[in-house]
Design a protein around this ligand. Structure first.
Ligand code: VAH
Length: 308
């Protein structure tokens, strides 16, 4: 059986439905900290789980005969800067608990990393897979440390843990919480409701992004790849889109001509400025045939068609 921890989040919501479509409804158990009554039916069967309680986690994994864990729990970049030690505890202890049961109970693991592992010392364009990672956020620090722990558990204990450095993810189902790239989701809701949006990043801030259907497909493709094809056990760079708020706004205006965007940069501008504008994903393409499908034009059309 598959356990998705952090199932109520932006990635988890979509991953649960994709895994159910692939393996059957009863093959996927969704878990998060929320009470069952606050969880949509689509996420059931659901169990309330505190991933920081290793005994509770191990008991559940053994009882439910879990063979694969998708561990998606994290505090994202913007929230993490407001509560650094809480972000470190949640992001790191949660992952270590999952890696420990993966080691003791032969469980496979997927864990999301992020382009946030890169920092001001990393190349800005087509940042290579093995470029220097000196992240300027607690979230990025936890992702670099998490990647190294994943590689350690793979190399030392043979744990089959796999990871992707997601760019900013755009989806119309669950909204993201506390990320720096969240503007690229909120702008669609504001454009449709109010025909205007005040962006907290500067108009020319280029960031790596990806439409959620591409991110979910990449995750399943990576998890299905033969282990001996994989040369990266930290986190795979993945490239799909790179755009600025201005470019996104113009694409939305081609659908909603009266849409207006204004700019009021806040503390998230410094986080965005520390990240590359694009990454080099040659290892993902060579090792497991990664290929983006949605370009900016297709993503905007699909987002608006689902949110209208
Ligand atoms: C964030 N959405 O903004 C996440 C992601 C690359 C960005 O890690 O923090």
């Amino acid at each position: 059986k598959i356990l998705v921890i952090g199932a109520c989040g932006q990635i988890g919501t979509e991953l649960v439905s994709a895994l159910k479509a692939k393996h059957g409804d009863e093959a996927v158990l969704a878990a998060d900290v929320r009470l069952l009554d606050d969880v949509p039916f689509a996420l059931r069967p659901y169990v309330r789980l505190n991933v920081l309680d290793r005994t509770e986690l191990r008991g559940l994994a053994l009882k439910e005969k879990i063979g694969t864990v998708y561990h998606l729990v994290a505090m994202l970049s913007a929230t993490g800067e407001k509560q650094p030690l809480a972000a470190w505890d949640l992001n790191m202890q949660g992952l270590l608990n999952v890696l420990e049961i993966a080691k003791s109970d032969r469980i496979r693991v997927f864990w999301p990393s992020s382009i946030a592992v890169f920092g001001p010392a990393s190349p800005v364009s087509f940042c290579p897979q093995h470029a220097v990672t000196e992240p300027a956020t607690v979230y990025g620090i936890s992702k670099v440390a998490g990647e190294l722990w994943c590689k350690y558990y793979h190399d030392q204990y043979g744990v089959d843990v796999r990871s992707i450095r997601y760019p900013g993810l755009i989806s119309y189902t669950a909204q993201p919480g506390g990320g720096t790239t969240d503007y690229a989701v909120d702008i669609f809701h504001q454009a449709l409701k109010h025909k205007r949006y005040q962006c907290y990043l500067k108009s020319d801030t280029t960031l790596p992004m990806m439409y959620m259907p591409d991110a979910i497909r990449a995750t399943l493709e990576l998890m299905d790849a033969p282990a001996d094809r994989l040369t990266v056990r930290t986190g795979y760079n993945l490239h799909a889109l790179s755009f600025t708020p201005d470019e996104l706004a113009r694409e939305i205006q081609s659908h909603i001509p009266e849409f207006k965007i204004t700019y009021q940069p806040d503390y998230r501008q410094q986080i965005a400025d520390s990240w590359p504008s694009s990454v080099n994903d040659r290892d993902a393409r060579l090792d497991w045939g990664w290929q983006r499908q949605f370009d900016l034009h297709a993503m905007v059309a699909d987002m608006l068609s689902h949110l209208k």
